[in-house]
Design a protein around this ligand. Structure first.
Ligand SMILES: Nc1nc2c(ncn2[C@@H]2O[C@H](COP(=O)(O)OP(=O)(O)OP(=O)(O)O)[C@@H](O)[C@H]2O)c(=O)[nH]1
Ligand SMILES: [Mg+2]
Length: 443
């Protein structure tokens, strides 16, 4: 992610104060250069950014705001071309997913299918990886998890499968067809030939190269070869959540002349963010991506349901049934790390929340176990839980009564927080509460 770049940018912008301090500008540009190179921004791209910042600052007068704006503009300048997802003028839009072995093609195919499904599109996922036996099964499972149609054929080669899939998709009026292909450890002429044939036969509208951000410049070089051999229309930058530097995101478009279209920000299906330069630059400059956050949340939150819950929360009637439902919808939004990275200025709280893993948090596991031992009446109305009920629940789920008390307390304060948040001064109140809270408790 961009954490390191963002905090470094903030640091240097604050060093420039005066309108005409050329010395400070030189010093700051020098520091900017070190930051960019240290975080894997390609040297030619680094030079371009520096030159642009310098010339804009010299033209407009040096000063903090001008420097900040110049940096923002230069960062925007490193991205060019098409962004987001482009639909073909006549459906189906055919997407070919290519890349090296293990780069994240199959996962990204499913993530993209889910993204488009949430936009109301009818999507078909096609398994054309015949290299690994398990590959077809992997995609089949992902398809059923996200409830998207799946296509594969036995005893056919990948070209035949792709062709049949396209025929079928046209007959069945699909909006988008996503073809998952086999990877290789390195560039391989046999693979290139196979991919080229598929691409030409199915007349792919988009050829997305899935680039593992952790492989750095090696992966960029491979992308370059793929582009030369078969022609790419976009890059999906996968595993960006584990990339502590983030420089590849700034370099790849200039280096290979192909725009980044999506970023993989976690292992889960919703962890795919659309790549829009102004939003990315907003994130880089520490302003977060609030629009992206809202888009992500509204895609999975049912408006009617949200209203019903807000009413309950306001009345203080939020119960365990609602809580479990909420957990499920939060999970649909993706990993905390990816969500939090879109929120500006959360600082230490953001760092603590990033590490919350809803599937593996001990507290949440305890609450789930406890709720599973409750009667429906108790779930609806936790206030009836007296000593003997708590004992029964503890026995039922293998916890101690003290665990039950602790979980109930946590739940109570979470409901209180939710009630506060839903009031007119909600967010302000919450920020005040959080400031005083012991963040480690959230882990
Ligand atoms: N953290 C993280 N992990 C990812 C991301 N995308 C994929 N992965 C993981 O990377 C591993 C490989 O992903 P696959 O989708 O199977 O990769 P592939 O390119 O299809 O692999 P082959 O078919 O063997 O070539 C899996 O463990 C995924 O969970 C991402 O954005 N973030
Ligand atoms: Mg695969």
């Amino acid at each position: 992610m961009f954490d390191t770049l963002t905090s470094s940018f903030k640091g240097i912008v604050n060093k420039i104060r005066f309108q005409d301090d050329e010395k400070a500008l030189t010093r700051t540009l020098d520091e900017l250069k070190k930051i960019l190179l240290k975080n894997d921004v390609y040297h030619k791209v680094t030079r371009e950014i520096l030159l642009n910042v310098e010339s804009e600052c010299k033209k407009n007068g040096i000063g903090r705001d001008i420097f900040k704006k110049a940096l923002e503009n230069s960062l925007l300048g490193v991205f060019s071309g098409n962004y987001g997802f482009n639909f073909a003028s006549k459906p189906p839009t055919i997407v070919l997913m290519v890349g090296l072995q293990g780069s994240g093609k199959t996962t990204s195919s499913a993530k993209l299918a889910n993204y488009l499904k949430l936009k109301g599109k009818k999507v078909l996922l096609v398994a054309c990886d015949l290299q690994r036996l398990a590959a077809i099964e992997q995609l089949r499972q992902l398809s059923s998890e996200i409830e998207v149609d799946f296509f594969s054929l036995d005893n056919k080669n990948s070209l035949e499968i792709a062709n049949e899939a396209i025929k079928y998709s046209k007959d069945s009026t699909y909006d988008v067809v996503i073809i998952d292909t086999a990877g290789r450890l390195a560039i391989n002429s046999e693979l290139m030939k196979e991919l080229k044939e598929i691409k030409e036969n199915v007349k792919a509208d988009e050829t997305f190269y899935v680039l593992d951000s952790l492989s750095g410049q090696d992966a960029v070089r491979s992308a370059e070869s793929f582009n030369k051999e078969i022609g790419l229309s976009g890059v999906i930058l996968s595993k960006f959540d584990s990339d502590t530097k983030g420089g590849i995101a700034l370099s790849v478009t200039k280096q290979i002349g192909v725009p980044i279209r999506f970023i993989g920000s976690g292992e889960k299906i919703p962890d795919l963010d659309i790549f829009l330069p102004d939003r990315i630059v907003g994130r880089l400059m520490g302003a977060g991506d609030v629009v992206g956050f809202i888009e992500k949340t509204t895609a999975v939150v049912d408006e009617k349901e949200a209203k019903r819950l807000t009413k309950k929360i306001r009345k203080g009637n939020f119960n365990f049934v609602d809580f479990l439902e909420q957990l499920e919808s939060i999970k649909k939004m993706g990993s905390m790390k990816s969500l939090i990275s879109m929120m500006p200025g959360l600082g230490a709280m953001g760092d603590a929340l990033k590490n919350v893993d809803i599937d593996n948090s001990k507290e949440i596991k305890n609450i789930k176990a406890m709720v599973s031992s409750m009667t429906p009446k108790e779930r609806e109305n936790p206030s009836i839980l007296n000593g003997s009920r708590k004992k029964r629940i503890a026995n039922g789920c293998g916890l101690e009564v003290s665990d039950i008390n602790r979980s109930l307390k946590q739940f109570e304060s979470a409901s209180k927080m939710a009630k506060q948040m839903s009031s007119p001064n909600g967010v302000k109140n919450i920020m005040n509460m959080i400031k005083g809270a012991n963040l480690n408790k959230m882990r």
